[in-house]
Write a new protein. Structure first.
Lengths: 332, 502, 168
């Protein structure tokens, strides 16, 4: 009993100490940064990068700790955040598995279970082939695939029924070809398989394949964007990211961008959300961030609030539609 | 001798007081991380990665890679002392290391483990230094069929000589495979064997299973035999290091084989864990004292440790030259490179000479520093066994619980170690071998995916496993190893004809 | 000989345990067979389906479980080897039950306090150490773990109300 009383006393004192004049909310302890993907992947890099710039530029009084929860194609991480309702010290970075995992597996979570904070950037997708092959344009490549017959050309990609396979199906629909889709565990492995000629093409993110492009092993054919990427600095001797044509120009009416956005648990106040929005604005303002964006040829859109929520809602519909067409929805 | 010049340049970069200091800090942190089960090299490097943003990239990679060496060294410590593998690649070290500790030979086992780790790393670094450009592209030859044949080879080299009730061996191994299959199926994206429980989404973690089966299981067994670890009262004397060194050259053949297996597995990249199992299996088959493996043979510690460290070190080669991570830790380092603004790949050697050769120089220095650090601690580690069991037992349970939790920050895993502990206890007493189970658990998933990827590419044609000289010889070698014991048994039976028997 | 009889009565025989475990393994295998059949255990145009490998794996589990079961049944009368005696089993429970209670504690109030209590009590009750020494060891393990994980490595471990009080 006595112990209990002491506790209540302490709690009251603590509450009084913190309930000063309505100051802006700030984290009072370490912030957990959940990554619903494995170590070393794109989302992981971005989260650890954030942790690093926070430490370097003192952007926050408390530290930020990335935690990988990659199980079940990311479901583990999302379910964890969903279950942490009201936790003001937990944020999560998303990739497309925010939409694809619940749709493909039926695991019960949805972005509406979370509080949208901000869109950090969008990740591009590029159609790559090995540079030893003669294909100079998407048309060359798709014609060859058509000629070879259905299933003869292999498309490597990350995971099954996720963004890479969705794009593959969209290409197939648009061009009237049929690939054999071969899923691998990570984007790095996919790019290497293409360099080693074990698959015919991939739809790697720019950052996953850029090293092989620069060393002359891979050739980009087109980017799945509405317009060309804005980066004009030469990446290889002759080409910049901006020189890669869009797939639309080549007659594949498909554009796809992957969300790199921040969410947090439901049931937190707007003050808290505002703190994190301001925080990520600061992160995006650093020179390091700008370099990362250019190296990885990211689309640097930034959105918050209703605009962001609307974008996410729309993206969910797009994914449901694409996955329904491809037959990837979980059987009920 | 362009490489030598570059290497000396590298040494001049790595040998600043600041970098040397970072090296020792890294090694010590790495050893701690390696000792704690669950907290692996990958976690350790990931955790400390952001702290290195304020340093120049070369210093940062020196410190981070030293954490990695430290973790490679450190993994063996708890394997030998308490039968708890601190890292996945030290599971095979428990097979003979722990029996040695039980016989009061912990110091010898530790010295053997550390020294052979060092030898493995040294060979790998030499290859790194002089042959990197030549063998860099070797990894590119490995597509799904090749990877599958490598996994097959690992299984076959390890299982070929199993002893005991064959049905119990099969049951144990298949249970491992079944556990490996739980979770998302990478090829179809379907959930498998989760029976609707979201807790099972991420499947059974290898480390959690091993902490439970080996660590907690061993505590239960020790309790049953009365309150003591049998290693109690081991003689602790710094001279044990020199005495062990005098014995080690005897195992030169095993060392060489293990170095080859390790470097090869690191480069392709197959990983340190399969390398350690494969090396142990091959050593057991080739050694004259192979039938005594598992009872506390120094050779049985030398083999997996040499290979694990050789693989762990050479895993950095495909990472630097091709941007393929050869191990989870390498994957994190790879992310680090990109964050520092360096692009891994063939151009790194040309564009970032200081960085690459600084790293290679730090591989030499870091491993020497690591060996000094861990060898001086051998008497201290061995002394831990003198702590009375009623203190050490609950402490081990606590460490196992922490370790299980840190694997994925999941409370269920902490419960799992208790369950796995009971399973480990019962299986050990009933002669179900645990090694095939953990091997299947660690490789099952990768083996199955590469098999199915190969089937996708070849459109269901099994001859893909003999489609070129590389994959063909690997597959054939694997099958030969699998049936070798049968062949020898048959030959022995033919040679010793009826009269002797009847 | 009386003694012998008694201990045989108060012990679990190896073969009994063998039969029980084999039955459990068989049941587990059967469960997986059922589940992988549901997933599709065939071979379609994309190669093996999701349940293909689990199906054959679990079939092998069932077969080996069944064989060990029968092997056990055949020896049920004759084999007298002891799996565990009552006394030994009690010893095992001495660590197993507190460990389970400890894990429950971790789930409820975080890891640090139960760790100190578990180590302290185990030392005091099983090891017969003085209260002071037991408390000292228990507390120092917890404090070291706290410093190592929460403070230096920034790895969050399970925490409860006690840790909240000091701001974690």
């Amino acid at each position: 009993m006595r112990i209990q009383r002491i506790f209540t006393c302490n709690a009251v004192l603590l509450a009084m100490a913190f309930a000063g004049p309505a100051a802006a909310w700030e984290p009072s302890k370490t912030v957990e940064f959940v990554i619903p993907a494995g170590q070393g992947g794109g989302a992981d890099q971005m989260a650890r990068f954030t942790q690093g710039v926070v430490a370097k530029h003192n952007l926050m009084a408390q530290s930020i700790v990335p935690i990988n929860k990659s199980g079940g194609a990311g479901a583990e991480g999302f379910l964890d955040v969903k279950a942490s309702k009201g936790d003001e010290h937990k944020i999560i970075i998303t990739l497309s598995n925010l939409f694809t995992t619940p749709l493909a597996t039926g695991v019960p979570f949805n972005w509406k279970d979370l509080t949208p904070v901000a869109m950090l950037a969008l990740d591009n997708f590029v159609l790559w082939v090995n540079s030893e092959t003669p294909y100079k344009s998407p048309k060359d490549y798709l014609d060859a695939a058509k000629k070879a017959g259905p299933g003869k050309f292999n498309m490597g990609g990350t995971g099954a029924k996720q963004e890479d396979q969705i794009i593959t199906v969209a290409i197939e629909k648009a061009a009237g070809v049929k690939f054999t889709y071969v899923p691998f565990k990570g984007g790095g492995a996919v790019a290497t398989q293409l360099v080693g000629n074990h698959v015919n093409s991939t739809v790697n993110n720019p950052i996953e394949a850029v090293a092989h492009w620069r060393s002359g092993k891979l050739r980009p054919l087109c980017v799945f964007e509405k317009q060309r990427m804005p980066y004009k600095n030469k990446v290889t001797e002759t080409m910049a990211w901006g020189d890669i044509p869009t797939c639309r120009e080549a007659g594949i009416p498909m554009d796809y961008l992957m969300l790199r956005g921040i969410f947090m648990p439901a049931g937190v106040s707007q003050d808290v959300v505002n703190f994190y929005i301001e925080f990520f604005k600061k992160v995006r303002g650093t020179a390091e961030w700008k370099k990362l964006m250019e190296d990885g040829a990211f689309n640097q859109s930034f959105m918050t609030g209703k605009e962001y929520a609307d974008w996410v809602a729309n993206a969910e519909n797009v994914h449901r539609e694409l996955m329904r067409e491809a037959g990837f929805l979980a059987k009920k | 001798m362009e490489e030598l010049n570059a290497l000396f340049h590298g040494f001049s970069i790595a040998l600043t007081p600041f970098n040397l200091g970072l090296m020792f800090v890294g090694i010590i942190l790495g050893v701690i991380i390696g000792v704690l089960p669950g907290l692996g090299g990958a976690n350790g490097v990931a955790i400390l990665l952001p702290l290195t943003f304020t340093m120049p990239p070369t210093s940062a990679i020196i410190m981070l890679s030293c954490i990695y060496w430290g973790a490679l060294f450190g993994g063996a410590i708890t394997s030998i002392l308490f039968n708890i593998p601190g890292e996945p690649w030290s599971v095979a070290t428990t097979f003979d290391g722990y029996p040695m500790a039980q016989q009061g030979r912990a110091g010898e086992a530790l010295t053997g483990a550390f020294t052979s780790s060092f030898v493995g790393a040294l060979v790998a670094v030499l290859i790194f230094t002089f042959l990197a450009p030549l063998i860099a592209n070797f990894a590119l030859q490995f597509g799904p069929p090749e990877f599958f044949s490598v996994y097959l080879l690992t299984f076959c080299s390890f299982v070929g000589t199993g002893k005991g009730n064959p049905f119990k061996i099969i049951a144990s191994m298949m249970l491992g495979f079944a556990m490996a299959a739980v979770g998302i199926d990478i090829v179809t994206g379907q959930l498998r064997l989760t029976f609707g429980f979201t807790e099972l989404l991420s499947g059974f973690n290898f480390l959690v299973a091993v902490i439970g089966l080996f660590g907690i299981g061993e505590i239960l067994l020790s309790m049953e035999e009365g309150l003591s670890f049998s290693g109690h009262g081991a003689k602790i004397n710094p001279r044990i290091v020199l005495e062990t060194w005098a014995r080690l050259p005897r195992y030169w053949a095993t060392s060489i084989r293990s170095c080859i297996i390790g470097c090869w597995m690191g480069i392709i990249p197959g990983g340190a864990t399969p390398a350690s199992f494969m090396s142990y299996g091959v050593a057991r088959q080739m050694s004259r004292e192979g039938n005594k493996f598992g009872t506390g043979q120094l050779e049985g510690v030398v083999a997996p440790e040499t290979a694990a460290h050789a693989a762990g070190t050479s895993a950095l080669l495909p990472m630097i030259t091709l941007g393929i991570p050869g191990s989870p830790t390498a994957a994190v380092l790879l992310g680090g490179l990109m964050i520092w603004g360096l692009q891994p790949g063939p151009l790194l050697f040309v564009e970032q000479k200081d960085f690459v050769w600084g790293l290679i120089a730090s591989m030499y220095l870091g491993n020497i520093a690591g060996l000094i650090v861990v060898l001086t601690m051998v008497p201290f580690f061995a002394a831990i066994l003198r702590v009375p069991f009623s203190i050490i037992a609950p402490v081990i349970v606590v460490i196992c619980a922490i370790g299980a939790y840190t694997v994925k920050n999941n409370m269920l895993d902490v419960w799992m170690i208790v369950v796995f502990g009971i399973v480990g206890y019962a299986f050990k007493k009933l002669d179900y071998p645990l090694a095939p189970m953990v091997l299947a658990l660690v490789l099952g998933d990768a083996a199955e995916s590469s098999f199915r990827q190969a089937m996708l590419i070849s459109q269901g044609n099994l001859t893909v496993f003999w489609s070129n000289w590389l994959v063909g010889s690997l597959t054939t070698l694997a099958l030969a190893l699998l049936f070798w014991p049968l062949v020898t048994a048959l030959r022995d039976r033919l040679r010793a004809p009826a009269p002797a028997a009847r | 000989m009386e003694n012998n009889d008694e201990s045989a009565h108060r012990a679990v025989r190896m073969v009994t345990m063998d039969v029980i475990v084999a039955a459990l393994i068989f049941a587990l295998g059967a469960l997986v067979v059922y589940e992988s059949n549901r997933l599709g255990s065939g071979w379609d145009e994309n190669g093996p389906q999701a349940g293909y490998f689990p199906f054959y794996i679990s079939l092998l589990i069932c077969i080996s479980g069944a064989v060990v079961f029968v092997q056990g049944l055949l020896k049920l009368k004759s084999d007298m080897k002891v799996f565990v005696t009552l006394g030994q089993f009690r010893q095992v429970l001495v660590i197993l039950l507190p460990s389970a209670a400890y894990v429950l504690g971790v789930q409820l109030v975080g890891i640090y306090v139960p760790s100190a209590v578990f180590i302290g009590l185990f030392m005091k009750i099983v090891g017969k150490y003085s209260g002071l020494r037991s408390a000292a060891v228990g507390l120092s393990v917890s404090v070291i773990a706290f410093l190592l994980f929460e403070v230096w490595f920034k790895i969050p471990l399970p925490k409860g109300p006690f840790e909240k009080l000091i701001g974690y």
